[in-house]
Ligand binder design. Structure first.
Ligand code: IPD
Ligand code: CA
Length: 274
């Protein structure tokens, strides 16, 4: 039985509270799909509401901590405190908007530039992924381990495809995708970076790579992968900075192969077989 610390309990209470509103609002989205205006304004209101609930709950429990939030930006921690919540109240906004039941709330806690705790909650599947630095990664009460596959050819990988208005370079992405799809069992684009990382931690995906991300997309997820025994770097192979934008995550062996393949694709090189 996994024992959750007081800190994890604070985070879980906050995400549960925010999830109640999101689930209610998700039920409404289907009705709004058919209206001419569409559900976009409704969804952004749901997103903002969830963020407000998270801010209220987290600051009530830990008044000194600062915030970095997708919708409302940053607040510094109180003097003498070096901790900051990094929050995505609705990761997978496009899925939510289209009535696709795959989205999450992601809350990471940074101490300085190090992630020390993370919770990612998928309210539809009622899956709670959580990790605390040095304490392992869990899905509900089950301990997580990254997959042990060693061949790219056996691996299932997740990524994010650029879309209209995103900062990603389509040409580079297509080279990366070509390389990975030609050497692996498959590539998925499920639209929720935090869950992609949680699924790597759970061994469901064998690896994940994406560029053009924001800290709230990956803060909690990178800790989950590390605590599940995986390796996480940026696309250049360096430590992921909290103001960075790219992530490669996998088990130790596949991380090396995937990182090499992505680096070659970035330079325009031919895909390498794994
Ligand atoms: C997005 C999702 C998606 C990723 C995008 C993110 P949002 O977050 O995590 O998987 O590909 O880069 O912006 O906008 O749904 O919170
Ligand atoms: Ca996001």
């Amino acid at each position: 039985m996994a024992v959750r610390s007081a800190l994890i309990n604070v985070m879980v209470r906050a995400v549960n509270q925010a999830a109640r509103g999101l689930k209610r609002d998700f039920g409404e989205v289907e009705n709004l799909q058919v209206s001419k205006k569409g559900p976009a304004d409704f969804v952004s209101a749901a997103d903002i509401k969830a963020e407000q609930v998270l801010r209220k709950e987290l600051s009530r429990a830990r008044p000194d901590y600062g915030f970095l939030m997708e919708e409302s930006g940053g607040t510094d921690p109180k003097p003498g405190c070096d901790r900051r919540w990094i929050v995505d109240p609705l990761d997978g906004t496009t899925n939510f908007l289209h009535g696709l039941p795959h989205f999450a709330i992601s809350v990471g806690l940074a101490e300085g530039d190090e992630i020390v705790a993370g919770v990612i909650y998928d309210p539809i599947k009622d899956e709670l992924f959580w990790a605390e630095k040095g304490g392992g990664a869990f899905l509900n009460d089950r301990r997580l381990r990254v997959s042990s596959r060693r061949q790219l050819s056996e691996g299932l990988f997740a990524t994010g495809i650029p879309f209209l208005g995103s900062s990603k370079d389509d040409g580079v992405f297509l080279r990366e995708l070509t390389a990975v799809m030609q050497s692996s069992s498959g590539v998925r684009r499920w639209g929720v970076a935090s869950l992609d990382l949680a699924y790597v931690a759970a061994g469901r995906f064998d690896g994940f790579w994406e560029q053009g991300l924001s800290p709230w997309d990956f803060a909690a997820g990178i800790l989950l992968v590390r605590e599940a025994g995986g390796i996480v770097t940026d696309i250049a192979g360096d430590r992921v900075a909290l103001d960075g934008h790219s992530v490669i995550a996998a088990n130790d062996h596949l991380h090396r192969l995937l990182a090499k393949m992505i680096a070659a694709a970035q330079k325009g090189g031919a895909p390498e077989a794994g």
